[in-house]
Write a new protein. Sequence first.
Length: 205
Amino acid sequence: MIGQIPQELRRYVEECVLPQYGQADSAHGIGHIRQVMENSRELAEPLEVEARLVYVAAAYHDLGVCRFGRKDHERTSAQLLREDLSLRQWFTPEEVEQMAQAVEDHRASSGREPRSLYGRIISEADRDIDPERIVRRCMEYGKANFPEMDEQAQIRRTVEHIEEKYGENGYLRLWLPCSKNQAGLDTLREWLRTGELWEVCKRFG
């Protein structure tokens, strides 16, 4: 990874950007964002990429959820990054666009390969395939957005979502070598094959 992240930029992100995630649902809250920022740093470490760009793209990648909701949040997050004039202190217009495209490309359900190495980093960092954390976040999202569902229905919704996204024929793709994500994906697929996923969901019911 190339270069350092200026302290003024870190301060701006910590004081002006990250606090906005307090308005997001728990699946896209500050804990998730910090995890993606850390994951992206680790993924970028051996690569020829600018640390500043990775840091900011990771920080902004879900920001649209806070303002406009989950639908099309990769686009609204990218737009918020493009419109943030404060970033021009540290980035050229070309770098801003590069980060915005990485944010746009991070969503697993987009069905397209990220356009740049930065997009692959943010996309892979966002996977964060910790099996139990994924199940917990899915259950929390369901309870927050579909409160009329009973526990059985919530579990069924979670299992169907995980099958659709992480199953053998799911839409999620891994764009960079990452042993942690591959191991997590293997575990989720094993839980789906054996039916253990239903029991795991009950822990968070």
